[in-house]
Design a protein around this ligand. Structure first.
Ligand code: V47
Ligand code: SF4
Length: 376
């Protein structure tokens, strides 16, 4: 810790225990669950921003990452009926499913500059792993080098269970078919009592963690998420982060953490008021400070809107996901701020430069594809 840091901490009117946390964070030491909770409950937002910024700067310098991707949602027909979900056929007047040929055609028609296809949909009761390995293999044929990031742990657990094989066998099959990584969805909140209320029938937290741990052991990296701002408490959030941090200590397989803000339109939890933007920023900052072993913190801009995503860069965020196309229904139906989520490379880079950060186009595992200049 430098003299400048010391002067900065001494100059703040802090409760002594917050001063101790600040010293730990600035010295690059890990904070405990209790200290994480203290930050959620007691710390001023400006203090959190300063600490989160220190961690972001240490891990990622001034780089802010994005990639060129497309989202495909295969179906809205779902075995489960999560109460926060606005997307599944239970909440909609229409059930729909894309055929393998339709999805492959979408990928085939993509411009070559798209580097990643992200595939997440509902848990279709009739589709098992053989269906999905065929989809991946066919995508590989038309775009051999595209990165395929597909299926939440919940979709994976169901497709493998339905086929009556082990997780290790199923994930190996997906990898051999061409799956490159796994997105972070389906984690929601790990506390089983809260989970029971908001998505009772869905796979357990243990199952979610087991899918990711097994994938990491097979060399398949993944992302992780939290769904926050519904009925959970700060204790539940810290407990969730702690379980992710512990898994990351064992495997190192998580690339990025993505906090997903609960949106309340058109679902069974619509009576819950959405949390404020200040709360979103508090959550980004505490996540950045607590998850010292996950390199990237992603703001999923189609969910919170472009302006809030820009603001989040001052609260620990270093990744804005991708340029994305306009087919993302999971959030638009839940009331996200972007009804037509797409951003051109020029727009995303300008947004990053306006925050005095360096735009870096990345591949799906955070290798640099191109790096722009700060000025602009
Ligand atoms: O698991 C569903 C969330 C997730 C709502 O890995 C909702 O790069 C808020 O996997 N309000 C799926 N959230 C999304 C997902 C994802 C998204 C972006 C990036 C990545 C990545 C993964 O969407 C679900 C659930 O947590 N969700 N409904 C809602 N009403
Ligand atoms: Fe199905 Fe996913 Fe919606 Fe739950 S969140 S009902 S698993 S589509």
């Amino acid at each position: 810790m430098t003299d400048q840091h010391f002067n900065w901490i001494s100059g703040l009117m802090l409760a002594p225990e917050l001063g101790d946390v600040a010293v730990k964070v600035i010295s690059g030491n890990r904070i405990s669950k209790e200290e994480g909770l203290l930050l959620y409950e007691k710390a001023e937002l400006s203090f959190l921003a300063l600490l989160a910024d220190q961690v972001r700067q240490r891990i990622n310098g001034n780089n802010t990452y994005y990639n060129r991707n497309i989202h495909i949602e295969p179906t809205n027909i779902c075995l489960y009926n999560c109460r926060f979900c606005s997307y599944s056929h239970h909440q909609s007047s229409k059930s729909w499913e894309l055929t393998i040929d339709e999805m492959v055609r979408t990928v085939d028609e993509l411009h070559d500059s798209i580097t990643e296809v992200h595939i997440v949909g509902a848990v279709h009761p009739g589709r098992d792993i053989h269906y999905y390995t065929e989809l991946i293999k066919k995508i590989r044929v038309v775009k051999p080098s595209i990165h395929i990031k597909a299926f939440t742990a919940i979709e994976i657990e169901h497709m493998i269970r339905k086929a009556g094989i082990s997780l290790m066998e199923g994930l190996s099959m997906l990898r051999e078919a061409g799956l490159d990584s796994i997105p972070g969805g389906g984690a929601e909140i790990f506390d089983e009592k809260v989970r029971e209320v908001i998505c009772g029938k869905k796979s357990t937290s243990e199952a979610w963690l087991e899918v990711h741990e097994t994938a990491h052991r097979l060399g398949i990296p993944s992302n992780c998420t939290i769904l926050y701002g519904h009925i959970e408490s700060y204790e539940h959030r810290i407990e969730h982060l702690e379980r992710l941090r512990a898994l990351q200590d064992r495997t190192g397989g998580f690339n990025a953490f993505i906090p997903l803000k609960f949106r309340n339109k058109n679902n069974e939890l619509s009576w819950i008021k959405e949390v404020s933007v200040l709360e979103d920023m508090r959550n980004y900052a505490v996540s950045r400070i607590f998850l010292d072993n996950i390199a990237h913190l992603k703001a999923y801009w189609p969910m919170i809107g472009k302006q809030m995503a820009a603001l989040s860069l001052s609260f620990g965020v270093d990744d804005l996901d991708g340029t994305i196309n306009d087919s993302t229904k999971i959030y638009s139906m839940a009331g996200s701020d972007e009804s037509n989520p797409s951003m051109s490379v020029e727009e995303i880079e300008q947004l990053i430069r306006n925050s005095k950060r360096i735009p870096v186009e990345r591949d799906s595992v955070y290798n640099t594809i191109s790096k722009s200049q700060l000025a602009g």
